[in-house]
Ligand binder design. Structure first.
Ligand SMILES: NC(=O)c1ccc[n+]([C@@H]2O[C@H](COP(=O)([O-])OP(=O)(O)OC[C@H]3O[C@@H](n4cnc5c(N)ncnc54)[C@H](O)[C@@H]3O)[C@@H](O)[C@H]2O)c1
Length: 249
């Protein structure tokens, strides 16, 4: 059984083979979806689109509202409609409060929170006509615990902002039959985290995770598939923790 038959989807942050967006796109395609990849890195997004069997890859900076509108319009035209958007594009930074420059702050907010807003706003007209329309935002456990690992307070703020945006959008877009949900991953083994902790810190972290390992990108993709599919048809405005039990609240 495939869970996304006839689903037309955009997945952002999907230009890196070991990233969460890439794993989401791959699992969606395996489940019958037609997928367009979006990423800042134009060359790799084209390459990965071919490799993964996506319909196309589009280069786009999610913090650029006009570029996002153009990209969503292009994707909708190629797909013949739009039923699902997953925004996985994001950046992280571990700078302490006193080190965060004005530029750092605005880039973090513009990409992580602004990017989610831009995608959501641009996709509303198409999603309104979609089938089981769903928007999935990738937040982070950092939103709840205030960062403290590889992401600092501005990262935590950008990811916490996503949770508020998702709840407001779920409330507003429910009548249009568009579901809006968030995933809050714990530590995921991608280029964002790999080799960044060092052996002692890594052991300490693993000791605190009840399931005893970091997530794979596929673990997050499976939760995303759930939120995108009909299995979660009565869920909107939720934040799904996918952290192996590391942060329980
Ligand atoms: N890896 C983790 O432990 C972890 C944990 C919690 C949340 N997350 C979140 O999951 C998402 C994916 O993270 P990942 O681990 O796959 O990271 P990654 O760095 O492997 O992938 C991020 C992707 O986003 C793209 N990107 C960055 N800025 C962009 C922009 N302005 N416009 C378009 N694309 C852009 C990058 O090119 C890259 O392909 C991010 O939002 C991240 O904050 C990751």
């Amino acid at each position: 059984m495939t869970l996304l038959p006839q689903t037309r989807a955009i997945v952002t942050g999907a230009g890196r083979k070991d990233g969460i967006g890439w794993a989401v796109a791959q699992l969606f395609i395996q489940n019958g979806a037609q997928v367009i990849l979006l990423d800042l890195d134009q060359d790799s997004v084209h390459r990965e689109a071919i490799e993964i069997g996506a319909l196309a890859g589009i280069g786009c900076d999610v913090s650029d509202q006009a570029a996002v509108r153009d990209a969503v319009d292009e994707a909708e035209a190629l797909l013949g409609g739009l039923d699902c958007v997953v925004n996985s594009a994001g950046i992280v930074n571990a700078a302490r409060l006193h080190q965060i420059t004005d530029t750092d702050w605005h880039r973090m907010i513009d990409v992580n929170l602004g990017g989610t807003f831009n995608l959501l706003q641009a996709a509303i007209p198409a999603l309104t006509k979609g089938i089981n329309a769903s928007f999935v935002a990738i937040s982070s456990m950092a939103a709840m615990r205030g960062g403290g690992l590889l992401g600092s307070s501005h990262y935590a703020a950008s990811k916490a902002g996503i949770l508020g945006l998702v709840k407001g959008a779920a409330r507003e877009l429910g009548p249009a039959k568009i579901r809006v949900n968030a995933l809050a991953p714990g530590i995921v083994d991608t280029s964002m985290t790999r080799g960044k902790f060092g052996p002692d810190w890594e052991k300490m972290l693993l000791d605190q995770i009840p399931l005893g390992r970091f997530a794979s990108p596929e673990d997050i993709a499976k939760a995303c598939l759930f939120l995108a599919s009909d299995l979660s048809c009565y869920m909107t405005g939720v934040t799904l923790d996918v952290n192996g039990g590391y942060f329980l609240h």
